[in-house]
Design a binder for this molecule. Structure first.
Ligand SMILES: Nc1ncnc2c1ncn2[C@@H]1O[C@H](COP(=O)(O)OP(=O)(O)OP(=O)(O)O)[C@@H](O)[C@H]1O
Ligand SMILES: [Mg+2]
Length: 377
């Protein structure tokens, strides 16, 4: 497949010159002549690399760069800045705003191509999959969110990924019970700190390892006052973990809290968990609407349907699809007894009974979330 490059420059001459250089090498080129156009093109073209001019009238390349980095969907996109400003101070500013590389204009074409190739090659390493953040958000309480999140985390760990599981919720969460871990140390100890001062070391020293390999940061055993907790806590916890672990799994409390807004902002994908019954689905719809209002668009969200077997007549999948404009990324059949046994043994269901239909569905969901499977039709 040809590599896609987005070239951004307000100077039509420069735009043509650079486009030609890449086209001649077989790249598929898209162009934008302003910062605003560049941001719009990112969504429609999904380029593999951006070549970005700095001085543009409407929005500077530095700002475009910061916005690309601030959006989880594009945060890891390679950016090569190309600017007439070639002083050391300019390069430093460009790199600090999030660029991966900086070249002064006029750039030698072969050097430009070589640098672009180097960035693309680095982005294609398997480790580029490191740091994927998956958020699980219940449409309401008790629908199976933690069960799904714990199983996905365990399946990822079984595939050899390093996985951190963060129970980002106000009080006692069931992950420690489900995994039969009862750590002395937990998120509560981090809440006494100013979020901006929490270091990776602080976080890692509170992670406890489960036999599956998953590292758990458990919710506080005693509920703290969370009214005062804002998105800064998510900002302090999630990016450092994402820089260290292949996957960060967030188990979120169903609420419209500022903390959740911060958390989903860092997520590459947010799965809303619901039961196939009308009230839960209403809540799921409201949750998806809130996510959209927070700027988390449809391609970053999906629905996981957990049928706990509590309704005589569950809402059918076609009905769910027509009622909610969300992709269904997973559907679990009833597994009450198996869930109880898994909890008793402290081993996630998907590992304890891999043949169970719910385990098959959990593996399928995990494949979709890692980008190697297709959403359910
Ligand atoms: N597929 C399933 N079939 C039957 N029971 C299930 C299934 N999945 C989860 N459960 C059960 O549902 C109950 C709630 O599960 P879980 O704790 O995962 O929900 P939750 O949404 O995280 O709850 P909370 O809002 O308290 O955090 C548990 O008893 C769990 O064993
Ligand atoms: Mg839970």
């Amino acid at each position: 497949m040809p590599r896609r490059i987005l070239i951004v420059d307000d100077d039509p001459h420069a735009l043509r010159l650079v486009s030609y250089a890449f086209e001649a090498e077989g790249y598929q080129v898209a162009v934008a002549s302003s910062g605003a156009e560049a941001l719009a093109r990112l969504a429609s073209e999904r380029p593999d690399l951006v070549v970005l001019d700095v001085m543009m009238p409407d929005m500077s390349g530095l700002e475009v760069c910061q916005r690309i980095r601030a959006n989880p969907a594009t945060a890891r996109l390679p950016i090569l800045m190309l600017s007439a400003r070639g002083l050391v101070a300019d390069r430093v500013t460009g790199l600090r705003s999030g660029a991966d590389d900086y070249l002064a204009k006029p750039a030698d074409t072969s050097e430009l191509l070589a640098r672009a190739e180097a960035l693309l090659a680095r982005a294609a390493y398997p480790s580029a999959r490191a740091g994927r953040v998956l958020a699980f958000l219940g449409a309401k309480g008790g629908v199976g969110t933690t069960t799904v999140a714990v199983n996905v985390a365990a399946l990822l760990a079984a595939e050899g990924y390093s996985v951190a599981f963060v129970e980002l919720r106000p009080g006692y969460g069931s992950a420690r019970a489900l995994l039969k871990l009862d750590p002395e140390t937990d998120l509560g100890e981090l809440l006494v700190k100013v979020p901006q001062e929490i270091t990776l070391r602080d976080i890692e020293s509170r992670l406890v390892r489960h036999a599956s390999g998953v590292r758990l940061l458990a919710a506080p055993r005693v509920a703290a006052s969370w009214n005062a907790i804002g998105p800064e806590l998510a900002d302090a916890l999630v990016p450092p973990l994402a820089g260290t672990y292949n996957y960060v799994v967030l188990d979120l409390n169903p609420s419209w809290s500022a903390l959740n807004r911060g958390a989903v902002n860092h997520a590459h994908f947010t799965a809303v968990v619901s039961e196939p019954e009308p009230i839960s689905l209403q809540c799921a719809r409201a949750t998806l609407d809130s996510l959209r209002a927070w700027g988390i668009m449809g391609d970053l969200t999906g629905l996981v349907v957990v049928n706990r077997g509590t309704m005589a007549v569950p809402v059918t999948m076609p009905q769910i699809r027509s009622a909610l404009s969300a992709e269904v990324v997973g559907a679990l059949p009833p597994a009450g007894d198996a869930c109880s046994q898994a909890a008793r043994e402290g081993v996630p269901l998907a590992l304890l009974q891999p043949e169970h239909l719910a385990s098959v569905a959990l593996r399928e969901l995990t494949r979709v979330l890692t980008g190697t499977g297709r959403p359910l039709r």
